[in-house]
Design a protein around this ligand. Sequence first.
Ligand SMILES: NC(=O)c1ccc[n+]([C@@H]2O[C@H](COP(=O)([O-])OP(=O)(O)OC[C@H]3O[C@@H](n4cnc5c(N)ncnc54)[C@H](O)[C@@H]3O)[C@@H](O)[C@H]2O)c1
Ligand SMILES: O=C(O)C(=O)C[C@@H](O)[C@H](O)[C@H](O)COP(=O)(O)O
Ligand SMILES: [Zn+2]
Length: 366
Amino acid sequence: MTAPTVLHVATASPYDVVVGHGVLDRLRGLLPDGVQRVAIICPESLEHLLEPFADLLDGLDVVVLQVPDGEEAKNWEVAAACWEALGEEGFTRSDAVVTLGGGATTDLGGFVAATWLRGVAVVHVPTTLLAMVDAAVGGKTGINTPAGKNLVGSFHEPAGVLCDLALLATLPREELVAGLGEVVKCGFIADPRILELVETTDPAALTADSPVLRELVERAVQVKADVVAGDLRETGGAGGRPGREALNYGHTLAHAIEKATGYEIRHGEAVAIGCVFVAELAARAGALPAELVDRHRAAFGRVGLPTSWDGADFDTLLATMRVDKKARGNQLRFVVLADLAQPVVLAGPSEADLRAAYAAISGGAA
Ligand SMILES: NC(=O)c1ccc[n+]([C@@H]2O[C@H](COP(=O)([O-])OP(=O)(O)OC[C@H]3O[C@@H](n4cnc5c(N)ncnc54)[C@H](O)[C@@H]3O)[C@@H](O)[C@H]2O)c1
Ligand SMILES: O=C(O)C(=O)C[C@@H](O)[C@H](O)[C@H](O)COP(=O)(O)O
Ligand SMILES: [Zn+2]
């Protein structure tokens, strides 16, 4: 068995992301010194994964907070139920939260850890590909509101992240494919080697034990680590470059699509559609060459992700996009590519360009 890879996130509160097979025994080492009690936040559907944790956390008081599965957990009622449970346990600042689940669980659990006593330690143990490569790393936590996705939250960095690729063995194929949406996104914004790997590997061979999948995970985590180390709180990169906003590539439309479907579509699927949309937008408003737009469709499509969508009229989506966190006042802002791995911010594109880009991905439904 290959040794785990340890990737370092060099922010002001640095931490490690451990990637490997059968690495759950590293959990203890990621918890801060002096932790006495651990609250594991985990959806009911994944409680069978809890078994090894009794031994791994032997000697600590462990309480399990059961939360709903997936996006159903990302709301204030579930957060409030977690706060109530922590209160009943008398959870203090020497205690820690461990999240075990997909990105919805790490977002919710991270938010609970960020807000309880104004912040207690959290270690993420992501169980989906998407959470390993993206949600568990970087410290964005949050819940949804009726107005849209992730509109309440905070930046709260984990004390550590444990990516045990063996956990992916039970992940349904469509969830693994959804995770590849964020991986391919990283290829376009920062690491073209990711695209080459995706373009030359049989997608069916990207399974939990695949060395290529492991390389993709490590590369995507490295992209995220580099970006957040440069601009943790999304205030902007050096020299007018987008900084952390680059990680939001494709997300403005993606979040609007998720809301329009009542969160029926997977996040990674919506991101794939959103990336094709901003590629079309860049081709109109900027100068992205047509072959790079085609490469978006080919790369996301190759792994089995959708590259078109016509489930809502553009005005509905536009209204939701106006509360995107990148918007300023009435001005919409999008991350687009000037070229491969060259993300830039496009502020205030014309409505005509937006409608034309949407028409291009929706078969003319604008
Ligand atoms: N904070 C961030 O930086 C960030 C980044 C990307 C995405 N996100 C958020 O992450 C969420 C999406 O995460 P996701 O794609 O992991 O979805 P998810 O958390 O909803 O999990 C998807 C499904 O997979 C199941 N599952 C999880 N692990 C499993 C396993 N090992 N075996 C079998 N089934 C398993 C879950 O029960 C769930 O039904 C969205 O809410 C998105 O906004 C956050
Ligand atoms: O970490 C980031 O920054 C990202 O934008 C990563 C995204 O993949 C992720 O979906 C994030 O939660 C979206 O952030 P939001 O600020 O638009 O809610
Ligand atoms: Zn995302």
